[in-house]
Design a protein around this ligand. Sequence first.
Ligand code: NAI
Ligand code: MG
Length: 334
Amino acid sequence: AQTRVTVIPGDGIGPDIVKATLRLLDALECDFAYDEAIAGQTALDQGLDLVPQETLDMIEKNTVALKGPITTPVGKGFRSVNVTLRKHFDLFANLRPALSIPGVRSRYDNVDILTIRENIEGIYSGEGQMVSDDGERAELRSVITRKESKRLMRFAYEAAQRLGRRKVTVVHKANIMKSTSGLFLSVARSVAEEYPNIEHEEMIVDNCAMQLAMNPHRFDVIVTTNLFGDILSDLCAGLTGGLGLAPGANIGEHRGIFEAVHGSAPDIAGKGVANPTALMLGAGMMLEYLEMNEKAGRLRTAIRHVVGEGKVVTPDLGGNASTDEFTDELIKHL
Ligand code: NAI
Ligand code: MG
């Protein structure tokens, strides 16, 4: 049967880069049927909830979703759309590959780091969020469970094995956050023992940030808790050419939501110059999730060629092509 993909155009540059990505998927003859769903500012503007029930139902029904970046209004008591979706669908692992593209100007060449970020616990679980009545004191709880940590570590080691990776670096702050980070680390150690052929390494997060900036080639797979993973994966994206090239996949037992790491970029929204590459690479991860590896390979090869050549690229990569011109060029190279 035809695969149905839920598509959330998102806010800001979202609709433009989603449209470009669907054009590329269609040019690859993926034969998907798309169901459009809305969330974020777009939903609020239509008088709906931030994440409307229909959107949840649609993601529930189709197993995969492609999501444009979403603006969550700040300081109005809204919980982030992304956090809501991740929790609701139990998308416990967030895969964020950072892979250099030869030809792209960046600080280092040949970086290839896969960050696997715990996606539903930690300080982003949103529990115990409170400001005292007098506004003088704020609180937020971090929760780590053995069950989630184990599920994430197993997922990470299985992914490392499947992808032929040699080393997993567990990033933590167990010296200070002895309870939460300590539990995460101890679970990591015991799961690592089940995978003797993959090197297990432990690193404290602040040192990890420094090592990433100084010597990114020493890293292979990084596994860490929610907040650290959020920050370190942006750092990794910065090492390989920036947010315009960084995809992310939110994976659960039965569902996947694929996206770009970057946000809705309000500063360039509506100008037709957003770089759709990150979302396109996210779509490539979706193709792999659906075991359409040949198409995923063609997508990636075309991107590496056109982006690496640097002639027809968007302004963030030093070119002057529009989103659509860049997409046309990719389609020529499929
Ligand atoms: P941002 O990622 O939207 O933008 C940061 C900078 O990178 C801006 O200068 C922007 O122009 C540039 N940029 C980002 N993506 C680009 C692309 N594809 N092509 C060219 N340039 C690009 O981060 P910011 O400004 O902090 O957040 C804006 C909004 O996005 C906020 O409402 C935030 O909540 C939301 N956001 C949503 C995310 C999601 O839905 N996954 C993730 C991060 C932020
Ligand atoms: Mg982030």
